[in-house]
Ligand binder design. Structure first.
Ligand code: ADP
Ligand code: MG
Length: 579
């Protein structure tokens, strides 16, 4: 007699439970997704027992007695029939595992009443021992109640985190569901106390403000043959201390994806300081054939056919939008709407303030390139704009330009402003392949450490495109004989050392753009007016006029704000002239 035997269903379900509902947050996610798949418009969630007890009530389609009998069995689903369906999913669930797993590790009750039925039926499961459906109190939809989660699997119970951590994870799940379904009404009680009430919203932007409390939102949409993106984010000044405020959704599923998160960070790169993270929500939709959602039991990780091209699009859409002018006020929200038609080259219209209206050419590069070099906007087309429209009052502390318009008074950091302009000029020059270069009569020698000379020399051609020409002059040194006019000679060693350090710590192909951005930021920083330098009114006016050529001028390349402002409204309130 052999040793191999078939496992009992109950054991199989318990094993599956470890994967599908490893913790209360996963259980909650499964129940919520079932309600959404049942077309619910209202959901009430009650959490107790530190997350080990969850009740979800919805007003969805409900289950009839036949379905109630089957739904706790393993691999029973109403959502797919064959493997083909997996590639055209319209529902959240499809594996038919959640209810069977959950009901095998909890005291479980499911009460349901489809609209066509006059009575409700209920099934229960006591750690896997199921009841037959029996009549119960009526309701409109379905109620699922889970209690004593993992009571029969002490090993699993032991793995639960501290109550606060489990509840916090559950709140994240609730927020993610609210964000993916703005039209849903969701009410959440924890230990009998109202925790959230999110009424239905008519847009994702509205939902982001309601659920996450993000302020000063920008809204961007993008579409081409690779992906449809909708991105909502706060002005960079609302930066957070962690990456937790970056939310990613693919086909409306909340996903964890480090690479796409990185794309968001890259998009914000020059607008945030070290250690600051953006507040940003990204919804990605791709052709269902381009994505596999079945790579992870909780479906929180998905696989994209071409993650690189998504990376570039997310990065670019955010970066591009941040480079658009923003009304400088402390309180107003001016969501910028970004609409793109499909076939490249694409014309983008930016319905912003009249004085700032600008047409932008946007060519999407559809083939993956080694270095993504967008042929886009931000060319220095100077117009009479926001900054030059300000009236210069004078210089303060030899560091700030004091200016005003009808609405506000402004302090503009002269160094930061100039730095931003220099940075944008370098970018524009690089994009157009024309950077003004000065040849040096005497080459400048820069000492590097032996490991970096190699990698730096490998990028010689790239450096040359940036206007920096050099040759290796020794085992540990390079000799620089040409540099961009904008860079001062004494900045050269700094620029090289910093770039070399960056090259050393980064290796992925896209990263050259990051290196470039750092390089430009360093170059810019070393080439501009310092604080403590007296400026004439004429000089100040010129600086402001130049800022209009580069609409991203609100932040210096290191992410510091370039200007701060006080609306007269605010000032009058502070002085008690106004309520
Ligand atoms: P899946 O969602 O992958 O199909 P589940 O185990 O989560 O598997 O659910 C099994 C089936 O039970 C679903 O396919 C659906 O038909 C039904 N069901 C579960 N929850 C609900 C609900 N809240 N309302 C209506 N039907 C439900
Ligand atoms: Mg399900």
């Amino acid at each position: 007699m052999g040793n191999i035997h078939q496992l009992e269903d109950q054991v199989i379900n318990q094993i599956a439970a470890g994967e599908v509902v490893e913790r209360p947050a996963h259980l909650l996610k499964e129940l919520l997704e079932n309600s959404i798949d049942a077309d619910a418009t209202k959901i009430v969630v009650e959490i107790r027992q530190n997350g080990r007890s969850v009740k979800v009530t919805d007003n969805g389609n409900g289950l009839d007695s036949e379905d109630l009998k089957k739904c706790l069995n393993r691999h029973t689903t109403s959502k797919i029939k064959n493997a083909q369906d997996l590639w055209a999913l319209k529902t959240f669930g499809f594996r038919g595992e959640a209810l069977s797993s959950i009901s095998s590790v909890s005291k479980f009750a499911m009460r349901s009443q489809p609209r066509t039925q006059a009575r409700a039926l209920q099934v229960t499961s006591d750690f896997g021992t199921q009841s037959e459906p029996y009549e119960a109190a009526t309701l409109e939809g379905t109620e699922v109640e889970v209690r004593d989660l993992f009571e029969n699997t002490p090993a699993r119970l032991k793995f639960l985190k501290a109550p606060a951590a489990e509840i916090s994870q559950m709140k994240q799940v609730l927020k993610s569901v609210a964000l993916s379904h703005p039209e849903l009404e969701i009410k959440v009680l924890i230990d009998g106390e109202l925790e959230f009430f999110w009424g239905p919203c008519s847009s994702r932007t509205e939902r982001v403000a309601q659920v996450l409390g993000f302020k000063e939102l920008r809204h961007v949409t993008f579409q081409d043959d690779v992906a449809t993106l909708e991105i909502v984010f706060s002005e960079p000044k609302w930066a957070a201390k962690t990456s937790k405020n970056i939310w990613l959704f693919a086909q409306n599923r909340w996903i964890q994806d480090r690479s796409l998160q990185q794309a968001v960070l890259e998009g914000f790169r020059t607008f945030l300081m070290q250690g600051e993270f953006p507040q940003c929500v990204v919804w990605i939709d791709v052709d269902p054939a381009q994505i596999d959602v079945n790579v992870h039991p909780t479906k929180s990780v998905v696989k994209f056919q071409d993650p690189q091209s998504l990376f570039r699009r997310i990065y670019h859409v955010i970066h591009q939008n941040l480079n658009q002018p923003k009304q400088m006020t402390m309180t107003t929200v001016q969501p910028t709407v970004f609409e793109v038609r499909t076939a490249p080259p694409i014309q983008v219209q930016w319905p912003v303030e009249k004085t700032q209206l600008k047409k932008v050419d946007f060519n999407v590069v559809s083939k993956p390139l080694e270095v993504f070099r967008p042929q886009d906007s931000v060319e220095p087309v100077c117009e009479t704009g926001f900054w030059s429209g300000l009236q210069v009052i004078g210089q303060v502390h030899m560091t700030y330009i004091l200016a005003q318009n009808q609405k506000s008074v402004y302090l503009i950091d002269q160094h930061a402003a100039h730095e931003r302009i220099a940075f944008e000029k370098l970018w524009a020059g690089w994009r157009q392949g024309k950077i003004e270069v000065q040849q040096l009569l005497m080459p400048i020698t820069v000492d590097l450490d032996p490991e970096t000379v190699g990698p730096v020399c490998e990028l010689k051609e790239e450096f040359q495109r940036l206007g920096l020409s050099f040759e290796q002059s020794g085992p540990q040194s390079v000799a620089v004989f040409a540099l961009p006019s904008i860079v001062k000679d004494h900045a050269v060693p700094g620029v090289f050392l910093k770039t070399a350090a960056k090259i050393k710590e980064q290796s992925v192909s896209f990263e050259f753009e990051k290196i470039l951005s750092d390089l430009f930021a360093t170059m810019a920083c070393h080439s501009v007016i310092r604080a403590g330098h007296a400026m004439s009114v004429e000089e100040m006016k010129n600086l402001l006029a130049e800022m209009d050529c580069f609409p991203g001028s609100s932040y210096c390349p290191h992410g510091r704000p370039v200007a701060i402002d006080w609306g007269f409204d605010f000032i009058e309130k502070e002085f008690g002239r106004k309520l």
